[in-house]
Design a protein around this ligand. Sequence first.
Ligand code: COA
Length: 394
Amino acid sequence: MKYAHIIGWGRYVPNRVMTNDQMAELVDTTDEWIFTRTGIRQRHIAGEQDTTATLAFEAAARALAVANVSPSQVDLIIVATSTAEYAFPSTATQVQSYLGASNAAAFDLSAACTGFVYAVNMAWQAIATGSVKNVVVIGAEMMSRVMDWEDRQTCILFGDGAGAVVMQGSSVPGGVIASALHADGSGGNVLSLPNVYKNHAAIMSPTYELNGADKNVVGMHGRQVFRFATSVVPDSIREVVAKANLTVKDVDLVIPHQANSRILESAAKKLGIPEEKFYSNVHRVGNTSAASIPIALCEAIDEGRIKPNDKVIFIGFGGGLTWGSTLVRWGSKAPDELKLLEREWKRTRYVMARGRAKLRQWGRQLSAYFTPSPNPDARLKDAEKDKDKKKGVD
Ligand code: COA
């Protein structure tokens, strides 16, 4: 049995910040209303050139640098996202190409804001069976492209960004210890984002006229989501702690999905643990859906909130409805030591990866040009000629 350790991490949020005051120029709201109801002060909004895959790539490249793992050593890339640019190719295969991770399989995983927790679980299972060694798990979202910017209940909540971890198989005990995943499809209407678009390409373009009739946007029943979240967060934490034969008091830090600070306050109260045990950065980044837990994890590490051997819980909840927790015993290296390993990640390597991808595209075009047409009429004629030849011989 192999243990799955988190040995690298990275985050990327676009530079552009939208404050609550700026939001109030778009919809009828105030900084005070948003902050008191949600704890959010600002969110990051992607630029015109960004895509979900480019955000994911930036986070993954940083995580690989911390892990000191080269892209060619990666066996699997999982991207948890609800805002994939295409149904196919997946965001994960785009990231695979950008990284030049030529030995990696890649797929997207859809579990809304719980996506990262689901993806870590899948990576853990794959590592435990011995079928893979190094897995890059990414949560990446471009929520700003699927917002109804006239709906003040939803557009104030979400932001863009990506976070990634590198998970590695090892015989040393530790890493992921327990995990519990759940879903309840009867609540699918509570939080939803349709993705069969009338005009998909136009919608995903950043210059698309927002709020056009054919734009698909997030729909939400806020109160129902709130009630659901405040009930599943404490239950899920209790469940994963029990699976690991620990108690809630043994937990050093909870990295929750960053949806709303009031959800976290309520969960801490129900569990009888201090609120400080719930890491929160929702005021800085808003709700970045599947990206929120890995972004928060990176910030917690940077702030020295995680020490070697700490028991850390990731808890996610969101559309589906889905929810789940993972309990991790943190690695033995102190974050400071690991920071020393963090080099300026090798930009040239990734420029070359893009060059190689372009060459392969041209190669495929050329070889298709010289390949005989699989036209069925031509094949029929060939078969008839063969028959005639045979008759002649007889
Ligand atoms: N600014 C100002 N007023 C707003 C507003 C905004 N951005 N959004 C809603 N309102 C108004 C409503 O119109 C309503 O006004 P009315 O009483 O005159 O009709 C009033 O505020 C209360 O609206 P309501 O929707 O009942 O507010 P709420 O207390 O439930 O708070 C949320 C709304 C969205 C903040 C809250 O339900 C919530 O946090 N839900 C969870 C959402 C979430 O986390 N989603 C992601 C999960 S992954």
